[in-house]
Design a protein around this ligand. Structure first.
Ligand SMILES: CC(C)(COP(=O)(O)OP(=O)(O)OC[C@H]1O[C@@H](n2cnc3c(N)ncnc32)[C@H](O)[C@@H]1OP(=O)(O)O)[C@@H](O)C(=O)NCCC(=O)NCCS
Length: 222
């Protein structure tokens, strides 16, 4: 248990350059507090003390802003950075050396029973605000970008970004004709451009008609 405790503190130093001392980590890192509370809640959950387990998990949520269902299975060296708004569902499984940032949801997509939350592999990074929804696996060494909404299985060694989440990198190689998020088409601007073109064409036609009218007028006067 002491070894586990030490490992939790060490994990913070390995992932957060802002961590200064063990004292600071033990007393101020809400991600660490949430994991400790979860260990206790999970032990009670396994002994079928569901309500007490839930009470500990809810108290931990109140203190840390991180909601981990007591049924969730968490591996070694999980690091929850900042943590506020993190939700981890009941049937979620998390491997070793995973990093989760604030606002991440590992949830289900509806009211189905049984395994309904994702399984996260080893060494996965899940960026702030990302939602991973459903009962599928996120492969080892994969990265989920901030604010991605992942609804499908992610193979090993991939980077997934966007909504819906799509693989943009696999084994270090760029994948497919990915959507360029900085160059998204804007339908309103497209429509305004089309209208401006039409106005310009009409102006030209009116101008031409005026010129022809003037020429006819001049000829009649001669
Ligand atoms: C996804 C992430 C982990 C980087 O993974 P990576 O495998 O190194 O991927 P890259 O940086 O090579 O990016 C791959 C592509 O996805 C794009 N991308 C990266 N993150 C993205 C995101 N969150 N949303 C949309 N596109 C993103 C990149 O622009 C790049 O596009 P390109 O191939 O056209 O250049 C990282 O961008 C990220 O989102 N980290 C989370 C950080 C975080 O939450 N910090 C909170 C601190 S408080």
């Amino acid at each position: 248990m002491l070894r586990q405790f030490r490992s939790d503190v060490q994990t913070v130093f390995e992932n957060d350059p802002a961590a200064r001392s063990r004292f600071e980590v033990i007393f101020t890192y809400s991600g660490v507090h949430a994991i400790w509370a979860h260990r206790l809640a999970h032990a009670l959950y396994k002994r079928r003390w569901y309500t007490l387990a839930r009470m500990i998990s809810q108290f931990s949520r109140f203190m840390t802003g991180i909601e981990i269902h007591p049924g969730a299975r968490i591996g070694q060296r999980l690091f929850i950075d900042h943590g506020m708004g993190v939700v981890i569902g009941e049937t979620c499984e998390i491997g070793d050396d995973v990093v989760i940032y604030q606002g991440v949801t590992l949830g289900g997509t509806g009211k189905e029973k049984g395994k309904r939350h994702p399984t996260i592999g080893n060494n996965v990074v899940i960026g702030s605000g990302a939602k991973v929804l459903g009962s599928f696996r996120v492969g080892d060494n994969s990265n989920i970008g901030s604010n991605a909404v992942v609804l499908r299985e992610v193979p090993d060694n991939c980077t997934v970004v966007g909504n819906p989440g799509r693989v943009v990198r696999r084994n270090g190689e760029r994948v497919g004709d990915r959507l360029d998020h900085t160059q998204l088409p804007d339908p309103v601007i497209e429509m305004l451009r089309a209208m401006q073109k039409e106005i310009d064409d009409l102006k030209k036609e009116v101008h031409k008609a005026k010129q022809e009218g003037n020429e006819i007028h001049d000829r009649i006067n001669l």
